[in-house]
Each structure stands twice: as structure tokens, then as C-alpha cells.
Design a protein around this ligand. Structure first.
Ligand code: GAP
Length: 405
């Protein structure tokens, strides 16, 4: 069992490299432990995942304010947040090692020790007052940020699961203290709903109530959403109740503009790792029911490529010309459309299967009308999941794909 599962990680890692999703960082110099680079298709997948998150948690709401804060903050932020004192992991000899990356800001004697942010959260807390002053939100409201975070992990491992540079999508949701349980439950459901929407295998997602003593220094209650990775059941995302810990430490409060009432809101924090989302999506999508034809069963909404267009033969100008016309139309409509004329048609299908492209469109001699008018201007559309092909008029393609999506 273990071997089969390890094998699965190896297959995913090798597919990610072969098909241009994710490369090892600084590979030509032997790599650098804990750092990875997203290539063309991995980046498209990443963008689609981030966009779907932003759409659900920010754009479709009226109570959420986006943020893109700096990565290096005044070091006093990390003292106040408790990270300088407490953001540590034990090393093998039992000593505590602070996992924040240190950096120097400024030159020579004047240089100030600072840190690369280990969570995006603090960049939002320190802008709490500015946000309230700029947007005048009523409680409850939230701030949301997608961005890089850095941790000098003692043992980075398992591909993009535990890295030293990674990305987070975080919400700090500010509520009246008495309301925290209600919003904790609410975001628990929202998180699950989003996970399902991007195609996670929900049978592999589990909730863990993190016990006293195991929670982060700021948290009064945490649920870890765990995922059954091939290397074990491990954390995917977290939902924390941070109470008034952060706003208190930064000496921030909220004043209701109508009643004049001053309160320190409590915080519910849904926190998502982008890279863990990507790994879980890849693992959920990987299908090798037919070992000869492994494919990534991405939902079309997040697939890096929606459709590939091919002329049956690339040395027949009439086919190429017709295929170019179809390609241009689909590209203008969907953007994530590729031209694929490399190798024979079987090879192209195998390649697009591994990229997770839901539909391949092939322009052949029938399209040119060589078998009569009935088939003229029809193309073959091949479905990734079933491998089945159907013939369709080229002008019906956009409608067809839209309906399927
Ligand atoms: N602001 C709360 C916070 O940072 P966390 O549980 O330490 O909480 C949140 O991190 C999420 O960030 C995790 O659930 C995970 O998805 C992701 N994450 C944390 N450390 C990571 C690492 N070293 N590599 C990749 N993702 C990581």
C-alpha cells in the first residue's frame, strides 16, 4: 500500500515536470530545498484556483475588503504579534528554532533586523484602522489577502506540501465577540463548499478539532481541514478563532459610527495554503483507471487548458488553415486554448490527457468536405474523461463547450 502511494507522489511530481506544471527551484544548480517554481500550466492552475477563491470570498460579497500588503513589515509588528517570541519549531536536539526568515533592511550600521512575513494575516491586522477609516464598514466585515509567506522550515518535504516559500489565501473576519461561534460555523461551511467547487475529493477531506496545547499561540479554537495525501493524513487548511489577540496586541479597536460604541472585535480566520490546494487538486484529479491512459480530471473551470485544437496533419496547408480559423475563434472566447500539432493524434491526446484538457478538437479531411457536404465544416471533439469522440459543426463549438462548462 505504502509503495503504491509513494509511487503516486512520484507520478505526480514527474507529470508536473514533464508537462510544465511545477519545476524544482534552481534545479540546474542542484535545487534548493523547500523552493519550487510554477511553470506555464501550473501557473494557470494556480491563477484559476486563486481567482475562484477571490470570486467566492471577495467579489461576490459586500463585506470583504481586499489587501496586498508588503512582505517586509516593521519588526515591531512581529514582536507585538507574538511571532518573535513564539513562532518556533523544535530542532532535533530539543532546542526551539524561530522559523521566521531574517533579513536586514538598510545599509551598514543603520541596518535594521526584520523578517519576511510568515503569514499574510499581520499585513491585514496592521491595516485594520486604515481599512475602517477608508471604507466605514459595519461589523461584521472582513479583510482578504492572497500572497507569499515564508518560513524557514526545519524539514521541508513532500514536494509543494511543506515549502520555505509558499502562498496563502487568508481572511480575517471581524465580528462582535458574542457572535464568534456563529461565524466560525459559517466559515467552516463556506470553506468546505469552496473545496468541493475546485474539485477536491471530499472523501479525503477530514476535520480535526485541534486540542488545547497544540494550537498556534494566538488561537482559542482551531479546526484543521486535513487531506489524505499519499504520505498520510495531513493539514490542508485551517480555520482559527483568534479572539481579540491581534487587535489587542496592536492596540486597535473599532468604533461604531452610529452609536459611538467602542469595541475590540474578535477574529475568525479561514486560512488556505495555495500550494496545498494545488497538490490536493492534482491528487484528486489524477486518474489511472486505465494505466495506459492516465489523465487529470480537472473541473473545466480550473483546468489550465480548456481546449486543444489540432490539424490532423501539420503538413497539409488546407487543414492548418481551417484549424487556425477554429483555434482563433476558441482562443478569443476562452483564452485557455492551445494549438497542438506535435506528433501523431494519439500522442497529442495522451499529452492533453496529462495536462487535463477537457476537450480536443481535430480538423481532418472530412472538415474540408472530402466526404461530401454533410460532413463539411464539422470537426471531431474528443472528451478527456470518456475518450469518446463526436462530430460537430465548427460554428457550434463555443456553444457546446459553454454548455458543458
Ligand atoms: N495565519 C494563520 C496561519 O498562517 P497556518 O496553519 O500556520 O496558519 C495556514 O498556515 C496555511 O498555510 C496552512 O493550512 C497551509 O495550507 C499553508 N502552509 C503553512 N505552512 C506551509 C508550508 N511550509 N508550505 C506550504 N504551505 C504551508
Amino acid at each position: 500500500m505504502e509503495n503504491k502511494e509513494n509511487n503516486l507522489m512520484e507520478k505526480i511530481i514527474s507529470l508536473a515536470k514533464r508537462r510544465g506544471f511545477i519545476f524544482q527551484g534552481s534545479e540546474i544548480y542542484g535545487g534548493f530545498s523547500g523552493f519550487f517554481d510554477y511553470a506555464h500550466y501550473g501557473l494557470a492552475l494556480q491563477n484559476n484556483i486563486k481567482n475562484s477563491w477571490w470570486k467566492k470570498f471577495v467579489d461576490s460579497r459586500r463585506d470583504m475588503f481586499g489587501m496586498n500588503s508588503s512582505i517586509i513589515l516593521n519588526p515591531n509588528v512581529w514582536k507585538a504579534s507574538g511571532h518573535v517570541a513564539g513562532f518556533s519549531d523544535p530542532t532535533e536536539d530539543g532546542k526551539q528554532f524561530n522559523v521566521m526568515f531574517r533579513t536586514e533592511v538598510g545599509a551598514g550600521e543603520e541596518a535594521t533586523l526584520s523578517y519576511l512575513r510568515p503569514e499574510t494575516a499581520q499585513g491585514m491586522f496592521v491595516n485594520f484602522k486604515n481599512t475602517v477609516d477608508a471604507f466605514h464598514p459595519k461589523l461584521p466585515f472582513g479583510m482578504a489577502q492572497i500572497g507569499k509567506a515564508f518560513r524557514n522550515e526545519i524539514a521541508p518535504r513532500d514536494f509543494i506540501f511543506r515549502q520555505r516559500e509558499f502562498e496563502q489565501m487568508e481572511i480575517e473576519y471581524f465580528v462582535r465577540p458574542d457572535d464568534w461561534e456563529k461565524y466560525f460555523e459559517y466559515f467552516r461551511d463556506e470553506m468546505l463548499e469552496w473545496m468541493e467547487s475546485v474539485g477536491l475529493d471530499m472523501g479525503k477531506v477530514h476535520e480535526l478539532e485541534v486540542p488545547d496545547g497544540d494550537r498556534a499561540h494566538y488561537s482559542k479554537r482551531t479546526i484543521d481541514f486535513e487531506f489524505d495525501y499519499p504520505f498520510g493524513r495531513k493539514e490542508l487548511f485551517g480555520l482559527a478563532y483568534r479572539g481579540s489577540f491581534d487587535l489587542n496586541n496592536h492596540k486597535l479597536e473599532y468604533q461604531d459610527e452610529e452609536s459611538g460604541e467602542k469595541i475590540t472585535p474578535h477574529v475568525i480566520e479561514p486560512s488556505f495554503g495555495v500550494d496545498r490546494a494545488i497538490l490536493a487538486v492534482l491528487l484528486s484529479a489524477y486518474n489511472e483507471d486505465d494505466p495506459e491512459r492516465p489523465f487529470l480530471k480537472f473541473k473545466p473551470s480550473i483546468a489550465p487548458v480548456i481546449c486543444a485544437v489540432s490539424p490532423l496533419l501539420k503538413n497539409k496547408p488546407e487543414l492548418v488553415e481551417k484549424a487556425e480559423e477554429v483555434f482563433g475563434k476558441l482562443k478569443a472566447e476562452f483564452g485557455r486554448v492551445v494549438w497542438d500539432d506535435n506528433g501523431n493524434i494519439g500522442k497529442r491526446y495522451r499529452r492533453q490527457d496529462e495536462i487535463g484538457t477537457p476537450w480536443c478538437v481535430v480538423i481532418d479531411f472530412d472538415t474540408l468536405g472530402e466526404k461530401g457536404d454533410e460532413l463539411k465544416d464539422t470537426v471531431t471533439v474528443r472528451d478527456r474523461d470518456t475518450g469518446e469522440q463526436e462530430r460537430l459543426h465548427k460554428d457550434k463549438l463555443v456553444e457546446y463547450i459553454k454548455a458543458k462548462m
